[in-house]
Design a protein around this ligand. Structure first.
Ligand code: UT7
Length: 324
């Protein structure tokens, strides 16, 4: 008998305001054609004034709990992957805990930027394996619109806001790759590349929240190489390969990166969940959003073998293999 962290429910929340590429044409030297052809993005959602990361994270969590048939009091821990918390502290996770009316267990944030959800899944899995928690809400929630420089056309057109959540529950399997749940994890980071994707503000540097800065071409180059590598690495650890995968559920930053990674893994695009056209890059929220939308669309079904992979600021990157 092997302990496994199995998905019990999934849900998401997208803010009401939808901004099509055309809106950027009015005030920047850019075009719908450039944004679509370079990134695959057609529209994104932005939060309303006063709407925070914990608001949208809590809404996604409620949707996931509903699908799992559970209440917040059934949950032992909340892990939130975010780089855009409501405040420097306390954590977005404790704010979500209180918004859900959950008065037990523990809650904390993970900061690995766009790779945050993969890191959060890995940590939730480790807590379940160690017997520290039986049910964990794993949430990716971001309000990147709050850290965009609206004068910088090379970044502000690429990002969006949103949140997604999974409920993971301890279950036993037979130890084979046929088990449902998280089967393998591969995490990496290399801080030498910290200055190709960062925010130019922070508590101990200049006491401001700052704006996102990115050398897109450089990040692109690393992404294409490292995402296929980490996905292969996670599969290899359990003796599987690309041809075994039902769905790649990638971080949704750029359609060209998604296609290049699928190509390197020998996985056809009709086995890749793509949402980047509708959401833009929602950083740590992009994978749980894609999981939730993939289920809604009828793409992801119980028993399917999934690989999630992501890369972001740090650089930090990684992959998780799980059977849905
Ligand atoms: O989620 C975290 C990880 N992030 C990523 O994975 C993002 C990775 N990078 C990318 O997705 C792509 O590099 C971008 C979408 C950011 C850019 O695509 P690209 O094909 O690498 O374009 P580029 O940066 O090489 O820029 C090409 C040209 C430049 O003009 P010159 O220097 O060739 O004259 C830019 O100034 O496009 C120009 N440009 C724009 N033009 C119209 C940059 N932004 C825009 C814009 N509209 N919004």
């Amino acid at each position: 008998m092997t302990l496994r962290a199995v998905v019990k429910g999934v849900g998401h929340y997208l803010p009401d305001r939808i901004v099509p590429n055309a809106e950027f044409e009015k005030r920047l030297d850019t075009s719908d054609e450039w944004i679509k052809s370079r990134s695959g993005i057609e529209r994104r959602h932005f939060v309303a004034d006063g709407q925070t990361t914990s608001d949208i994270g809590a809404a996604a969590a409620e949707a996931a709990l509903k699908q799992a048939g559970l209440s917040a009091q059934d949950i032992d821990a909340i892990i939130v992957a975010t780089s855009t918390p409501d405040l420097t502290f306390p954590s977005a996770a404790t704010m979500i805990q209180s918004k859900l009316g959950m008065t037990r267990g523990f809650a904390f944030d993970i900061q690995a930027v766009c790779a945050g959800f993969v890191y959060a899944l890995a940590n939730a899995n480790a807590l379940i394996m160690a017997g520290q928690a039986e049910r964990i809400l794993v949430i990716g929630a971001e309000t990147f619109s709050r850290i965009l420089d609206w004068e910088d056309r090379s970044t502000c057109v690429l990002f969006g806001d949103g949140a997604g959540a999974l409920v993971l529950e301890a279950a036993t399997g037979d130890g084979s790759t046929e088990d449902r749940g998280i089967l393998s994890v591969d995490l990496n980071s290399d801080g030498r590349h910290r200055d190709i994707l960062y925010v130019d503000g922070g508590v101990s540097t200049n006491q401001s929240s700052g704006f996102l800065r990115m050398e897109g071409r450089e990040v692109f180059r690393h992404a294409v190489e490292k995402l296929a590598q980490t996905a292969h690495g996670a599969l290899e650890k359990i003796g599987l390969e690309g041809s075994d995968v039902d769905w790649i559920v990638p971080h949704q930053a750029n359609l060209r990166i998604i296609k290049a990674t699928a190509n390197r893994m020998n996985v056809a695009m009709d086995h890749v969940v793509v949402t980047v056209q509708d959401h833009g890059n929602t950083s740590a929220a992009s994978i749980p959003l894609a999981l939730s939308v993939g289920v809604e669309r009828g793409q992801i079904k119980r028993g399917d073998l999934l690989v999630t992979e992501a890369i972001g600021g740090g650089l930090a990157w990684g992959a998780v293999v799980l059977r849905w």
